[in-house]
Ligand binder design. Structure first.
Ligand SMILES: [Zn+2]
Length: 351
């Protein structure tokens, strides 16, 4: 026992990074003040419910911007969660200017509950609850924590998703709000979206009339004047090494773009803009049978799949609304009335 504790002390004394296990937001602020790597867990409590938000903070030797990476807003989107862990473990404080705050699993109840879209704690979709409510349900309080405690520390936000456990998503893409905020904010978000390095970028055309309409994590950051992008890679509840690797590289490219690391990357080539997206929704509850994979080119009118009733009779045919790229499809049978079955995209070269 004595030997073991001595070994532990030796390990702590000789470990190259400061490791802190804390529970409060004060730990987070402390972590931004001094070079090191910190593992922090912030408790979120609601009435008779509790969760934790696991965070790694890496603070460099020189002051600089703070990049916030959000993973696991949706608990069954695994590539972002794994990529955030891999990135956090590998990132060295000594190579960094500024700080990176990495939220590894924002929605731990959904992750552990293996649910898509919503949290089993309250049945709500965390990415529809921003800016959140500090007196609300568990998910509303997690959104409130992110908006009120993490966003004020951030100079840029990456909200990282994949296709959910029942969604096939190809190609992988980044998106930014092209119609929200002043020109400088749009320009900085756009620059981040392209710098991440994925081949496809979506300029979101949504407009916000007031801050309360910013129900998505990314738009809530934008509403506060913080450059933010959405990132989408992976899906269908599987671990895809390619998606994880692309995300880790994208995180490093983002650091380079913000001047936080000295590494230079070759600029991405052949980037394309997804300028239109059309979805087909199910007219009723039923079973979805998909005939195509995400990433395939389709032609207008082509049969992409169909919905059956509970006895297997076809009740709806989903046909491509235009020529284009099938960028998202439901990959599992259960479908509710009004849910998106497929999304077809139109793309053009960036230039
Ligand atoms: Zn998501």
């Amino acid at each position: 026992m004595y030997r073991l504790s001595r070994l532990l002390i030796m390990f702590v004394l000789t470990y190259p990074c400061v490791q802190v296990w804390g529970e409060g937001v004060s730990d987070l602020r402390g972590a931004l003040a001094k070079q090191g790597k910190y593992h922090i867990s912030i408790a979120v409590k609601a009435v008779e419910q509790q969760t934790n938000v696991p965070i790694t903070v890496v603070t460099g030797s020189e002051p600089g911007p703070t990049l916030l990476i959000l993973a696991g807003i949706h608990g069954s989107e695994y590539a972002p969660i794994l990529a955030s862990q891999k990135f956090g473990r590998a990132l060295s404080p000594s190579a960094l200017t500024g700080s990176v705050i990495i939220v590894h699993v924002a929605n731990l109840p959904a992750y552990l509950g293996r649910t898509v879209y919503t949290s089993p704690a309250d049945g709500l979709n965390l990415n529809r609850l921003f800016p959140g409510d500090g007196q609300g349900s568990l998910s509303q309080r997690v959104a409130h924590l992110i908006t009120s405690q993490l966003y004020p520390l951030a100079d840029a936000v990456l909200d990282v998703h994949s296709g959910d456990g029942n969604e096939d998503l190809r190609p992988y893409w980044t998106g930014y709000y092209a119609q929200v905020g002043d020109a400088d904010l749009v320009r900085r978000s756009e620059a981040l979206a392209f710098a991440f390095g994925f081949q496809h970028v979506v300029p979101f055309q949504w407009k916000l009339t007031n801050v309360a309409d910013a129900i998505w994590a990314g738009s809530a950051a934008i509403a506060l004047g913080i450059p933010a992008i959405d990132v989408e890679a992976g899906g269908m509840g599987v671990i895809e090494d390619e998606a994880v690797a692309m995300l880790v590289e994208g995180f490093h490219r983002s650091l380079s773009n913000l001047g936080m690391i000295s590494n230079q990357f070759d600029p991405p080539t052949n980037q394309r803009i997804i300028y239109a997206r059309q979805s087909v929704k199910s007219p009723q509850d039923g079973s979805w049978v998909s005939l195509k994979a995400a990433g395939e080119l389709v032609v207008a009118g082509e049969l992409l799949g169909y919905v059956t009733d509970w006895h297997g009779k076809t009740v709806f045919e989903a046909r491509a609304p235009s020529d284009g790229l099938l960028m998202l499809r439901l990959s599992a049978p259960p479908v509710l009335k009004g849910e998106t079955l497929v999304v077809v995209a139109k793309t053009r070269s960036k230039r």
